[in-house]
Design a protein around this ligand. Sequence first.
Ligand SMILES: [Zn+2]
Length: 85
Amino acid sequence: MSTLVTNMHHAITGYFQDNAKHWVARLDCGHNQPLIHNPPMSNNAWALTEMGRDDKIGVMLVCTKCIAGMSPDRQFSSMLAKEAA
Ligand SMILES: [Zn+2]
């Protein structure tokens, strides 16, 4: 019954910073999810510190790109991850 809901949740596997220096989470579905800290709309203050980001590795996020049926961002993210490393 909850299959649809479960499929929308994906674990954070890592992070990278985009060109605007915003942190972006990489999810295990291959999508990227921007972690823009813009309260009160989105409160992602944890993404601004290394400790906060480490703490969220493996946490399940709702992936709006999966819901929308978008193809994975994997190629794009691995390119940027190399840059950030
Ligand atoms: Zn996804």
